[in-house]
Design a protein around this ligand. Sequence first.
Ligand SMILES: Cc1cc2nc3c(=O)[nH]c(=O)nc-3n(C[C@H](O)[C@H](O)[C@H](O)COP(=O)(O)OP(=O)(O)OC[C@H]3O[C@@H](n4cnc5c(N)ncnc54)[C@H](O)[C@@H]3O)c2cc1C
Length: 637
Amino acid sequence: MDLNARIPAGQLEKKWDRHRFEMKLVNPANKRKYNIIVVGSGLGGGAAAATLGELGYNVKCFCFQDSPRRAHSIAAQGGINAAKNYQNDGDSIYRLFYDTIKGGDFRAREANVYRLAEISVNIIDQCVAQGVPFAREYGGLLANRSFGGAQVSRTFYARGQTGQQLLLGAYQALERQVRAGTVTMYPRMEMLDLVVIDGRARGIVTRDLVSGKIESHVADAVVLGTGGYGNVFYLSTNAKGSNATAIWRAYKRGAAFANPCFTQIHPTCIPVSGEHQSKLTLMSESLRNDGRVWVPKQKGDKRPPLQIPESERDYYLERKYPSFGNLAPRDIASRGAKEVCDEGRGVGESGLGVYLDFGDAIRRLGEHVIRERYGNLFEMYQRITDEDPYKVPMRIYPAVHYTMGGLWVDYNLMSTIEGLHVIGEANFSDHGANRLGASALMQGLADGYFVLPNTIGDYLATARPAKVDAGHPAFREAEAQIAERTKRFLSIDGKRTVDSFHRELGKIMWDYCGMSRNEAGLKKALELIPPLREEFWRNVNVPGSDAHLNQALEKAGRVADFFELAELMCIDALHRTESCGGHFREESQTPDGEALRDDARFAYVAAWEYGGDNEPPTLHKEPLIFENVKLSQRSYK
Ligand SMILES: Cc1cc2nc3c(=O)[nH]c(=O)nc-3n(C[C@H](O)[C@H](O)[C@H](O)COP(=O)(O)OP(=O)(O)OC[C@H]3O[C@@H](n4cnc5c(N)ncnc54)[C@H](O)[C@@H]3O)c2cc1C
């Protein structure tokens, strides 16, 4: 397997410009002759499909929801980063680049991250032009707030609904192309396989989730913008439907999977309240602009928060990280919460919670200001917990939120399969081992609006894919495999629901491959997963038929893939014996408990190649070369 990242030569600041000049172009009149499949209609896929349509390509866009505007991106709350420096507080493209490289604990490619920072400013212009209602200052300029891991204010937001507003912008652009006839939208269709012919991605096979019909779609290039795989843990902040099936099936067709174990645990989620729960709710990081995180100093102090005097509270983030305080990056803030709870100082009934307190901010700014900034988040919290966060501190605890791992892509966002491009959360992304808040929206939109539309043209103009049609045996074979698998799920007729298997798998992953990991635990997970997977295939119960909407059947396919992915995540976590960002190996920490990297041995992207059923995957390494930043121990003190 060739892991050529194709990073352009030359000065960091000039790479993208020069690359765009050097890439081949497709003549405007020829663009309509090319068919491109985009799977996904979130901020990555939606932006890409709209832009490719506008450029004149013939685009088919797929999503499993009933409308593209229900993609999980709609849930994004806090904001999107851009190096506009409207605040005049010292921001620049270089600073955003540096913060992102450092935030990812030096496990991302310099060239990609610099390009991301560069494009961030164009994203804001484009979205404003679309009419995205970003918050504004009194004078009319767009407002900013701060997010973790940065000492400047560069996060653009639309109250606590930034993802929704950005998605509406992309959706409008997409629908315009649908109307113009350049994009055909296929909602409620699930991609279940990638078809590779002569080493190139030539199409997909889908199942219509309403009628059950299995269909082939041919293309000259395929783009996956299918989101993250945090739901492998069962409980996460992701939408219930988010899954790994598209990228997992592509992996099994030859696309390398990079850094699968890099998972982001978000520090501010509503704590788990019981076994009945099927998902967790995020409380946006933006709340840490004004909320102060604390626990009682005394172990086992069960007094209500308002009865605990200032002198008996431990604002542990402010104490340990005076420079960044409550805005320490997510991995650090999450581990901080775990540590105080492990010490027996956690709050709430389960003891797995810390306070996020707005008392000071309300006294200083007035309740109306807090209401204006975070009103919808406070309302959501109150509805879920029945506690009023204007009066008592919120209770929060870390939860699985984002996956930095994903399919490996080169600088052109192309995977190890020629013609298969991967964008947004589905690729292994520019975030290294930890994602800073507000940078996923930035990356998804950079990929979809600006990078892919340039690079895919180079692929088409260079490769000039030959004609194939859906009658090709590779399509027939993939269709038959899907039909067979569907039949198998429906015939097992076992005793356990799909959800019960998923919940058990998620618990194994959370316990042994979650917020902190160690060799014994990972080995244990690798012992526990295969028999559970074997039981799943023997004892799962999928009622109903495949000729109508059948959510148990949909879930069964996704959970089957999660089982396999979970194993790969544990293998990856086990091999990386260093700690970096969200991957915390207990064996590798500094004397004061911070993540300790091992640059001599692990400054690389781990890209795994599928080895076949029941065969181990093969590890390939893409060395990370840092020419512009100096590798250093990350410090937020
Ligand atoms: C609660 C929450 C809040 C967040 N807040 C922020 C924030 O404030 N700022 C920030 O930067 N990031 C935030 N994030 C992260 C960010 O929202 C996501 O990383 C980003 O929206 C992912 O976009 P995407 O386009 O890659 O994927 P998604 O939006 O997940 O879209 C995936 C698309 O792929 C389709 N799809 C998937 N599989 C298939 C298949 N097999 N067949 C057909 N279609 C398929 C889906 O239908 C969907 O259209 C948040 C995440 C969560 C969970």
